[in-house]
Design a protein around this ligand. Structure first.
Ligand SMILES: NC(=O)c1ccc[n+]([C@@H]2O[C@H](COP(=O)([O-])OP(=O)(O)OC[C@H]3O[C@@H](n4cnc5c(N)ncnc54)[C@H](O)[C@@H]3O)[C@@H](O)[C@H]2O)c1
Length: 155
């Protein structure tokens, strides 16, 4: 028996890295995992690996920064599963932008749109799918959110 049998888990940013590794662990524990990412090719690879290992997963093309994309995703999940049990908000952009006075405004806007707005949007639209039975929301963060990274900040 896996610890996540009969659970439906959504993992955003699951094409690579932490998200892909989490998908494999959740599937090994028995969850059906919906792997949502803008990177359609690599997210399909994550799904293929899970299925080859005997787990259950599917890929969904999602842009967490776009309200209409997240809203349509919530409708899809409701129609297909009726509920979700786990939402792992992991989609993010981890790109070095330099010191504040040199930092590109476009990159700042993109990171806020994906990391912050995206986490809000997926939570807003997917929480109703957890309300009847309860569930867990996990948000990926960073050590840089807990303490200043002096190498990056020093001018
Ligand atoms: N790896 C680290 O050292 C580290 C440190 C601090 C924070 N983080 C954060 O952890 C998370 C995962 O990091 P990772 O190292 O696995 O990086 P990663 O780049 O391998 O994974 C991020 C995933 O998010 C996806 N993504 C990007 N924009 C998206 C969007 N608009 N909609 C949906 N998906 C989108 C990417 O396609 C990718 O699959 C990120 O949020 C990152 O900022 C990572």
């Amino acid at each position: 028996m896996g610890r996540l049998n009969n659970k439906v888990a959504v993992v955003t940013g699951s094409a690579t890295g932490i998200g892909a590794a989490t998908v494999k662990l959740y599937a090994k524990e028995g969850a059906t995992v919906v792997c949502a990412d803008v990177n359609e090719n690599d997210v399909q690879k994550t799904v293929d690996e899970v299925i080859q290992a005997g787990g259950q997963a599917e890929a969904y093309s999602l842009d967490v920064s776009k309200e209409e994309s997240v809203s349509a995703f919530a409708d899809y999940l409701k129609d297909k599963y009726g509920k979700i049990d786990i939402l792992f908000n992991n989609a993010g952009i981890d790109q070095e932008g330099g010191k504040v006075h040199e930092y590109p405004v476009e990159l700042f806007d993109r990171i806020i749109a994906v990391d912050l707005r995206g986490t809000f949007l997926t939570s807003k639209f997917l929480i109703p799918l957890m309300m009847d039975q309860g569930g867990s929301i996990i948000n990926t963060s960073s050590m840089s959110g807990r303490a200043a990274d002096l190498d990056r900040l020093r001018v």
